[in-house]
Design a protein around this ligand. Sequence first.
Ligand code: ISL
Ligand code: CA
Length: 568
Amino acid sequence: MINNKLNDNKKWWKESVVYQIYPRSFYDSNGDGIGDLRGIINKLDYLVHLGVDVLWICPFFTSPNADNGYDISDYRSIAQECGTMEDCDNLLLRAHQKGLKVMMDLVVNHSSDEHSWFVESCSSMTSNKRSYYIWRDGKSNEPPNNWMSFFGGDAWKYDEQSEQYYLHLFTEKQPDLNWENSSVRREVYDMMEYWINKGFDGFRMDMISLISKVPDFPDGPMMPNGYGMPFPYVNNGPRVHEYLQEMHQEVLSKHDLITVGETPGATTDDAKKYASEAGNELNMIFQFEHMQLDKAEPGKPYQRPDLIKLKQIMNKWQTQLHGIAWNSLYWNNHDQPRAVSRFGDDSTRKCREKSAKMLALCLHMMQGTPYIYQGEELGMTNIAFNSIDEVNDVEAVQTYHSGINAGASPEEMMQVLYHRCRDNSRTPMQWDDSKNAGFTSGTPWLKVNSNYTEINAKSQMEDSNSVLNFYRKLICLRKQYPVIVNGDYQELIPEDERLFIYKREYEGEKLYVICNFKDEKVNLTLSNDITKDIKDPIITNMVIPQHGNILSLDSYAATAYIVSTKYD
Ligand code: ISL
Ligand code: CA
């Protein structure tokens, strides 16, 4: 009998794999050293070959680039270095012709200070744009409260002319929009419609959990550096769900879109509100818990993510959201270090390739929509910059200087950045082994990782055992086996410090996933039931010898089995 409830919940974005593009670093079509929209068009066949369904393209709108496009000065025009509106139309047309959907980045917690709204807002206290932003009086020559911006320093900037302060949770060139003002919300919804009409199929919503602030702006909990933390008063604020429900009613519900909200600090309970199956806000969110497991502090050895904790987090999200809300699955993005350098092992070529595949398998077999960040499918790694002069990332530069001011040495701070810097994932895409990894014929805006002669798309296309081809296979499997999309989730041996093993089940199909996260051989003794179930793996990153009930798992071994009991 067909289960109507499950059928109702069948959605294309649940069955899709998303590929994230950081346009500046993807492919440069005109030799100015900066990736652009035509560059993406040039590489569409690569993406089709990989098998992904949806592209998420980071911001390419007009911007002074204080934060690489996350500071937008005109929401309806294309940044000159990225191309033209015609390029954008062509990109949508070509992508759609090839069966790809395209989602854009919606950056509306803040705009650029060079946006005409902000310029007008500053121009006079009586301008009708004044309340598009968050202006407050100071307290006896001090800012309105003790908040620190997420990138360091005051979260308030003084404006001499009006003698008031404006709020900026990120850099001072990113003033926060005032969502309390219904005209601001209307502007945002109209702008979304504008891009939907052009053909965009969805939105990744930047820092969307920050759009509603506690109205009286209380001081935040004190941090050792003397600033207060704004987070408790700005994240998941009092009206955030009201706003998103309004956005849903006004815009999202009228179209068949994919939506994902960036929501740092979200718990599974928050996710059930933002991304409930009932569907009156978003399709899914990016949670951050697994991004907080490692620690890089000046002068201290780097602390890798702990597998037990990682498993607990994944387990929690997999089980608690099942049937209630939808997960997004990711190991990295343009703000995070490279997955293989952080959760895997990039110390040798062999370890890198094995562990990159292991991570891919572990994530892609879970329930949720997987996101691949450009270059992850090649096993691209972190980069060791020689000095801060080579770093572009505004957050990293601030971190570096505040570390130095607090007494750390440049070497210690560069070590911290080696593990944390957002530029780790922003180095140019490694297409081939020619100069600049084939990314540009000019001078790349950010240094290319010198390992491109060994890690690049061209050589991996030709090698059936490559990380790239492993990703292709994983994507194919998702289309083949409904258990991957729909199955429930149960973790096996949660107390094991080396292995991550889980089982999923759906309508007579069972899926077993076995991953060795460690650089050591592990003999795994299986129960009789499981031994009976597993025969030929549907995918594996190496040959895994089996003797009776024992699987010999070499370092970073990863394998998955599907058993169908449908016809038993
Ligand atoms: O991921 C982080 C740690 O390195 C965060 O500080 C990150 O910057 C934060 O998650 C915000 O992300 C988003 O909004 C920022 C922008 O700089 C990021 O690139 C974007 O993804 C402000 O728009
Ligand atoms: Ca260019």
